[in-house]
Design a binder for this molecule. Structure first.
Ligand SMILES: NC(=O)c1ccc[n+]([C@@H]2O[C@H](COP(=O)([O-])OP(=O)(O)OC[C@H]3O[C@@H](n4cnc5c(N)ncnc54)[C@H](O)[C@@H]3O)[C@@H](O)[C@H]2O)c1
Ligand SMILES: [Zn+2]
Ligand SMILES: [Zn+2]
Length: 375
């Protein structure tokens, strides 16, 4: 079938919105008509080349919500007409990692950024016959998409898809980075470096868990103001103050219990800065993505040992999507997790390049594309 899609033909190019060809769903796959998709920074790393070599053309997008159009053979969990949220890592439920409760490391996600579906073949094609990759096996920048059944979570029909689409990535990633990986405890001091779509949810996660101090760090004042509205107790603009020094001062020389890095382009020195901001036995959670060519972090191994500090990575906020996404949606329904407020602006499909420019210019907590039929 035909679909309109924002196609990326190579690094440092704009997305080209044009017609593409989408196949029929194969075994254990579903065809989804998307209502909306968030503009996460993870898609933009393809533009800047931070992931290293990729398959092009590529259809980006991985924060999607929509309606099942049709299902392939063997699909049992959903039927046409069902509303669904797409998950940016599939969860097969039976690999070693899914079985251990580490669904965010599911083996089915092994080639997440490579382009083809998990079986190595393509479902999207440009009109001149090239196979187009689908970022995270999703490619939600195409209005219609084929995805594995393992990449969907059913969504209640009264959930506004143009708002909750971001529960596909930035909400669980940020919230879970605080709640799961940082394991924030009541009364702790938590520092969040980088207040984009992911970081604002780390702020919310820390606040929900009862952190006494939630310190938001970002060079853009609008981000800091938003963080204060959503649970931050203190803010630091690194262009004006040294974040590590300020946090140590705030905690009477002790340091923060936890630091979460949700900066868009994580540099070795950002990890060093967070490491200097935490107390003895504290934990740094690295959630933001670094350029794949970096091979080190600026951390003193001496201090790592003698102060028994921890530096850990986190994917998807350590969320197990079938269990955790419905819980996060429940918190949203109960008014305890803000989601509507995180979409600063919505865009039409044709405005995708403007949406990403606004992200780079620091104008959005999250930009969201709402497809015409769902506007
Ligand atoms: N680990 C995962 O599972 C996962 C999932 C989704 C996104 N990510 C990654 O998380 C990162 C954030 O994504 P996003 O969509 O929120 O990006 P974003 O661009 O919306 O937000 C990044 C924020 O970092 C701020 N920033 C830049 N330099 C800073 C500095 N030195 N100190 C403090 N703040 C600084 C920016 O001003 C911006 O507000 C990206 O690298 C993205 O790829 C990781
Ligand atoms: Zn994302
Ligand atoms: Zn699995």
């Amino acid at each position: 079938m035909k679909s309109r899609a924002a196609v990326l033909y190579g690094e440092n190019q704009e997305f080209k919105v044009e017609e593409i060809e989408v196949d029929e769903p194969k075994e254990n796959e579903v065809l989804v008509h998307l209502a909306a998709t968030g503009l996460c920074h993870s898609d933009y790393h393809m533009v800047t080349g931070e992931y290293g070599p990729l398959h092009f053309p590529m259809i980006g997008g991985h924060e999607g919500a929509g309606v099942i159009e049709s299902v392939g053979p063997g699909v049992t969990r959903v039927k046409p007409g069902d509303h669904v949220l797409l998950t940016f890592i599939p969860s097969c439920g039976r690999c070693r990692f899914c079985s251990m409760g580490l669904g965010f490391l599911c083996d089915m996600g092994a080639n997440l950024i490579a382009g083809p579906q998990p079986d190595g073949t393509f479902r999207m094609h440009t009109t001149d016959g090239q196979d187009a990759g689908q970022f995270c096996h999703l490619g939600t920048f195409s209005e219609y998409t084929i995805v594995p059944e393992a990449s969907i979570v059913p969504l209640d029909e009264d959930m506004p898809m143009d708002r909750v689409c971001i529960v596909g990535c930035c909400v669980p990633t940020g919230f879970g980075s605080a709640v799961n990986k940082a394991n924030v405890q009541p009364g702790e001091t938590v520092v969040v470096f980088g207040i984009g779509g992911v970081g604002i949810n780390a702020v919310q996660g820390a606040a929900v868990k009862g952190a006494a101090r939630v310190v938001a760090v970002d060079p853009v004042d609008f981000k800091l103001e938003t963080a204060e509205e959503l649970g931050a107790t203190h803010t630091i603009n690194p262009n004006r103050e040294d974040p590590a020094e300020k946090v140590v001062e705030l905690t009477n020389g002790v340091g923060a219990d936890k630091a979460i890095i949700t900066i868009d382009n994580v540099m070795p020195e950002h990890v060093g800065q967070a490491f200097s901001a935490i107390r003895k036995g504290g934990r740094v959670v690295v959630t933001g993505v670094a350029n794949a060519r970096h091979q080190h972090i600026d951390v003193s191994p001496f201090e790592l040992t003698l102060f028994a500090k921890e530096v850990v990575g986190s994917m998807y906020g350590d969320s197990n999507v079938y269990a955790d996404l419905p819980r996060y949606l429940g918190l949203y329904r109960a008014g305890k997790l803000k989601v509507d407020e995180l979409t600063t602006r919505t865009y039409s499909h044709d405005e995708i390049n403007q949406g990403y420019q606004d992200m780079l210019d620091g104008k959005n907590i999250r930009g969201v594309i709402v497809y015409d039929w769902a506007r």
